[in-house]
Design a protein around this ligand. Sequence first.
Ligand code: ATP
Ligand code: MG
Length: 428
Amino acid sequence: MAKQIQAIRGMHDILPEQSPHWHWLENQARQILAAYGYQEIRLPIVEKTELFKRSIGEVTDIVEKEMYSFDDRNGDSLTLRPEGTAGCLRACLEHGLLHNQSHRLWYYGPMFRHERPQKGRYRQFYQLGVETYGMPGPDVDAELIALTERLWRTLDIRDQVELQLNTLGTSEERLAYRGKLVDYFQQHLDLLDDDSRRRLDSNPLRILDSKNPDMQAILSQAPVLLDHLGDDSLAHFNQLTAMLDDLGIRYALNTRLVRGLDYYGKTVFEWVTDQLGSQGTICAGGRYDGLIEQLGGKANHAIGFAMGMERILALIEQSGHVALAPVTDAYLIRVGERAERVGLILAERLRNALPELKLQVNCGGGSFKSQFKKADKSGAAWAIIIGDDEAAHDSVALKSLRIEQEQQTLQHSELIRTLDAWLHDSTV
Ligand code: ATP
Ligand code: MG
């Protein structure tokens, strides 16, 4: 036998038994996004490498070591998108969506990062992202947080997650603070790990984000950006927290939350859980007004977030209840040549009359016994049975597979009425 080919490490199949969970999560999210007036934008999976280098920043984990980049046949360097913010903004600039307009957008799909695969960290993973343009906040900042909080409540995981909030001020404020931070770290150079020493010149704020337990003591004494903000940035932050208080949304101030990407300013936030081991951030975002000019647009406003669908699903499956609709309502058993013909026609008639009915027709023949086994396995509530007898009389036998109930013999039109009543009234 030929050797089987396996999937790429860190890239996973979503098998049919998992799909209903994904659909459920996706549908809840879509419904909430629609309720807040957000519109979907669909974007290419591949973009020019330059786009990510210029937006995410050269000195970030993503650009330094995680991108799937390759030269296409023309010699252009392309990259499988590691995130959606850059592509979304590129599209909106390209199509003139930022001219005197505001937009509330969302996108959904796979992202690619060459990371070390582990639980909650994959090389292909799904993000649902939201981006808004043209609104200076902090009202829309609060709206984004309220929207995500509503989703956690809907998914019944609100108790498992905590909102961490910080502000990064303006780029001028960050620059001044950066100097103080570098001074501080210079005085404690011997306590920094290699990664942090390397970042001291290139991206010192990112050091604050280090998870290295040996560095926590020195980090906890580091100067705090919040103490070095101007009036405008402080007002933005204070108004945001007041709005969250009005909405009854609890948050924890985390002055070391910096989000790693160069383009963030003012509001940044993460939803974090302690139930998923070290991959505990299920949703992260922030304001990135500065990125628009960086990508060649006119000064404008933007704030967004992205959530990791695998981590959210893991949390739901671990702790919440997933309200899944059954895959099959009814299973049509056909034994005999005539029954097969009559059954095929009846199935289409049922689908005409009852578009919501999930009907599986037995294909590939088999005895009553083996077809019943398959019916049971399908999870269907009903078996519709046609043998020679029923085929000759345009009737069916209807048997409940879930509750004790006498089997009934019905004409085709009676069957439609019975299933119709069952679909629309759960007491039948
Ligand atoms: P992390 O600190 O976990 O590496 P990040 O800061 O790189 O996260 P973002 O770029 O902010 O992540 O992406 C937003 C969300 O997407 C994360 O909070 C997480 O839920 C999810 N995510 C990011 N990278 C991965 C991955 N490799 N596998 C699965 N989910 C991921
Ligand atoms: Mg990462």
